[in-house]
Design a protein around this ligand. Structure first.
Ligand SMILES: [Zn+2]
Length: 87
């Protein structure tokens, strides 16, 4: 506690104003104070894009569509044959 008191007094005597910005990461919602005008990355998720919200939703794991089973309608010859039969 003594050390903290001395430090506080020291800063006061020096007349220093500590400008501390508080940033919030738009990616992980983490908030942190920083003396930097613009920190490079979010200290939590390490994203350099902490100040820009995601434009795209996080990529969901999309299951690849199973290839459609080939039936006769995909066969152009069968298709023509059917059209000839119908017509
Ligand atoms: Zn973050």
């Amino acid at each position: 506690m003594d050390g903290i008191d001395k430090l506080t007094r020291h800063i006061y005597n020096e007349g220093m104003t500590l400008k501390v910005y508080v940033y919030q990461c738009k990616r992980c919602q983490h908030e942190w104070p920083s003396k930097l005008a613009r920190p490079h990355i979010c200290p939590k998720c390490k994203s350099p894009y902490y100040d820009t919200p995601r434009t795209r939703p996080p990529r969901a794991k999309v299951k690849p569509e199973p290839a459609p089973a080939l039936d006769d309608s995909f066969n152009p010859i069968v298709k023509i044959a059917r059209e000839l039969q119908d017509g």
